[in-house]
Design a protein around this ligand. Structure first.
Ligand code: PBG
Length: 336
């Protein structure tokens, strides 16, 4: 039997509370740490000038115009945040069946990346590679006769990734869950001489209702038809997630992600233990909404819940966390 006492002794010789009895001792014996280096700030963009707009169900999250996003990047950097993940709100008029706006070199994402890189070149920029902000049906891929086309979508994603990398994104993060997209994107980046661009694969991405507020935030909610179950994973599965990670690593991913976050921490641990590669988790919009709603109605202490929830990702084995709380968390960590 496993010896849980560690020294063969049991109570009263072993008293685990001894180590917890004071702050210095608790800190000395902490097995994990959360620092600002672990945080990636998720930011929603919307076209305009000097404008910001609140997001339904996500109090504290704002859609930022490109100039405001530059200011946010400067603030993030001054708080020690290393990277931002940008997501675009796209109006119905800019959406189409072929997702043409995704391939327009001066779309909102590309313009904002250029502006941020000019003002704050030392901050890392991450973008989704997926078509959902640009399709008129809100799906991540091209849709034909009710089916999401895999290989045709991958071709578009490759072009999108090149465009984004050229605009200044350091990490392209395929979040579409098409088969074979990581390999195709990697080959295309190599061919185009974009050998420094990292691929952070949303490898273990579930068909989750926790994305609800995000879809509202980027303008997909009202146009989305059906669900994403034919490409995103079944929340009941775990072994399948390991196969996804294995394939994405073989195809050339530099790091992998599990998404959503807190309800899926078992997958963070499994992936980290099995592959020992850089493993990230996304504390998604629904998680943000849950914590902020509970804080707003007085059920939870907002600051302490933010920090504890992020610490849990570290305990599970995540190397970093994409979160809408990043700036707030960075400020809280500074005060600790
Ligand atoms: C789409 C995408 C989604 C999120 C990030 N990229 C939603 C979806 O797959 O429908 C969710 C982010 C969040 O909920 O915060 N490729």
């Amino acid at each position: 039997m496993t010896d849980f006492t560690g020294n063969g002794q049991s109570y009263p010789y072993t008293r685990l509370r001894r180590l917890r009895s004071s702050n210095w001792s608790r800190q000395l014996h902490a097995e994990n740490a959360l620092t600002v280096n672990d945080l990636i700030w998720a930011i929603i963009l919307k076209d305009g000038k000097n404008a910001e707009e609140s997001v339904e169900h996500m109090p504290g999250v704002l859609r930022l115009s490109p100039d405001r996003a530059v200011a946010a990047a400067e603030k993030a950097r001054s708080r020690g945040i290393n990277a931002l993940a940008l997501f675009p709100y796209t109006s119905t008029q800019e959406r189409s069946a072929d997702a043409a706006t995704a391939l327009s070199a001066d779309n909102l994402m590309c313009r904002t990346a250029q502006a941020i890189k000019q003002a704050v070149p030392e901050i890392g920029l991450i973008c989704d590679v997926a078509l959902d902000p640009y399709t008129d049906h809100g799906h991540d891929g091209l849709l034909e006769n009710g089916e999401i086309l895999n290989d045709e979508t991958v071709d578009v994603l490759c072009q999108q990734a090149v465009l984004q990398a050229r605009a200044g994104f350091d990490i392209v993060a395929p979040s579409d869950m098409m088969d074979g997209r990581v390999g195709a994107i990697r080959r295309t980046l190599e061919t185009e001489g974009l050998t420094h661009t990292q691929i952070m694969s949303y490898a273990v991405k579930y068909a989750s209702c926790f994305y609800g507020p995000y879809r509202g935030a980027i303008g997909s909610q009202d146009v989305l038809k059906g669900d994403k179950k034919t490409y995103q994973m079944n929340p009941l599965n775990t072994d399948e997630g390991l196969r996804e990670v294995a394939l994405d690593l073989q195809e050339g991913a530099d790091s992998v992600m599990v998404k959503p976050g807190l309800p899926y921490l078992d997958m963070v641990t499994r992936v980290k233990e099995a592959f020992k590669v850089p493993t990230f988790a996304f504390q998604v919009s629904g998680e943000y909404a849950m914590i902020s709603a509970a804080a707003e109605n007085g059920a939870l202490d907002r600051n302490r819940t933010i920090i504890e929830s992020l610490q849990c990702f570290k305990r599970a084995g995540a190397d970093g966390i994409i979160t809408y709380f990043a700036l707030e968390a960075a400020e809280l960590l500074q005060k600790q």
